[in-house]
Design a protein around this ligand. Structure first.
Ligand code: FAD
Length: 398
């Protein structure tokens, strides 16, 4: 077993940290307060290479391993959740899912633009009446000649107003023996006639990021945009979540680190009765618990990164990492607010933003309850994973 990071890992971690400090944090508090996203950040992420971190060089990616993706997410979310959300949907949910399921011709068509950030990718699974219950989506794609006609609506879609293309899951066979066998996945270009989007307002967190609804009204989708064959849509969506959850689990460690750094600084500066509050045992208990969250969280996500590198299926392990790390991040942010006293209740200090952002991560990519159930079901023997017909390419890439 080797826990050491390579020189390349350290370089990517450092580059992502600098990106967070230089490109995300300036003006962030104002954007967050105003619920305003900055599309220039997306462009800069593309130029920095971060959007292609674990995409093979033959598709214009950096060709680094999956642990590098985790490290990048950790460092980006240390600044703010919005940039990590971009990594989750663009790299995790779309590019890596295409790496896993698309044909070589499709990979050549889509991956270079995604890896370089020339085009931005999103992911459309959730609907107004189907979130956790993704088996009962109702967006419909009907075959008509060499096209599918797409009708329906997706909600809570990250980058709804900015993504150039979405990986969308729709029902192609409503008569299938089980609903999950009647779904297919498509790449939907935002320029498709009948496509529209609308931003969601009034969010608790990820305020400097774009989240919205996307609508399909008789959208003609070319049959060559079908990914992974008809009837595989649900499987594709679930393997997309294996990648998205990994980025969320890694990012959660960044939130803990940010909260810990701010809390240590504050606990050493703030005096009560002439003594730094860091000297108080109850404050120390909170700091110690945050350290515990950071260290366990890192081990959990990096183990998943290692499994991805080996090309192993890791649905159970990534669910555990996402479930544990997001709860630990919310707990750390809550403790950080507590340590800051009334100042933690104000957006003058970043811990308030991390507190709101960390709550969202316990909802998306599987709620806290869904992961609790998954972990119990695996242990009780009610749920097992078979190897998939298509696996994510192991690293090093061919
Ligand atoms: C900021 C943000 C960004 C998002 N981005 C995307 C995106 O890019 N693409 C996308 O497709 N989706 C996205 N989502 C949607 C997200 O994945 C869903 O919100 C999530 O899956 C939960 O679905 P829901 O909101 O419909 O809640 P519901 O599924 O209705 O759940 C409501 C409550 O019921 C509980 N519950 C549900 N089912 C069960 C059960 N079987 N047993 C026990 N309890 C249960 C849940 O845990 C929860 O507490 C995003 C959400 C947010 C907040």
């Amino acid at each position: 077993m080797d826990f050491a990071l390579t020189q390349e890992h350290e370089m990517i971690r450092e580059a992502a940290r600098k990106f967070g400090e230089q490109e995300i944090l300036p003006g962030l508090a104002e954007r967050d307060r105003a619920h305003e996203s900055d599309p220039a950040v997306l462009k800069k992420m593309g130029e920095s290479g971060l959007l292609g971190v674990c995409i093979p060089e033959k598709y214009e990616g950096m060709g680094a391993d999956y642990i590098s993706l985790g490290l990048a997410c950790e460092e980006l979310e240390r600044a703010d959740s919005t940039a990590r959300v971009v990594m989750s949907v663009h790299v995790g949910l779309q590019s890596m899912t295409l790496m896993q399921w698309a044909t070589e011709e499709q990979k050549q068509r889509w991956l270079p633009d995604l890896a370089s950030g020339r085009r931005i990718g999103g992911f459309g699974l959730t609907e107004p009446n189907a979130g956790s219950d993704a088996a009962h989506i109702s967006t419909r794609a009907e075959k008509s000649g060499d096209h599918y006609i797409l009708n329906g609506e997706k909600t809570w879609i990250s980058l709804a107003d900015y993504a150039d293309q979405f990986l969308v899951v729709a029902v192609t066979d409503p008569t299938a023996s089980t609903p999950t066998k009647g779904m297919s996945a498509f790449i939907v270009d935002r320029t498709t006639p009948g496509f529209s989007s609308r931003p969601l307002k009034g969010k608790l967190g990820v305020r400097a990021g774009n989240t919205g609804q996307i609508f399909f009204e008789n959208c003609p989708i070319p049959a060559e945009n079908l990914v992974g064959g008809e009837g595989n849509g649900f499987k594709i969506a679930m393997s997309a979540l294996d990648h998205g959850r990994y980025t969320v689990a890694a990012g959660a460690v960044g939130i803990i680190t940010a909260c810990l750094d701010a809390s240590v600084r504050y606990a050493n500066d703030r005096k009560v009765g002439g003594e730094a509050i860091g000297r108080k045992q109850l404050v120390q208990q909170m700091i110690a618990s945050m350290v515990q969250g950071r260290e366990i969280g890192r081990l959990l996500y990096q183990k998943v990164g290692w499994m991805k590198n080996q090309g192993l299926r890791h649905t159970r392990e990534v669910s555990l990492a996402k479930w544990n790390n997001c709860a630990a991040a919310f707990d750390a942010a809550n403790k950080a607010v507590e340590i800051h006293g009334a100042y933690g209740f104000s957006d003058e200090f970043p811990v308030e933003r991390h507190f709101r952002n960390s709550r969202g991560a316990m909802i998306y990519e599987g709620t806290h309850e869904i992961h609790t159930l998954m972990q119990a079901e695996y242990e009780l023997g009610y749920r097992t994973d078979r190897p998939l017909d298509h696996s994510l390419p192991a690293w090093p890439f061919e």
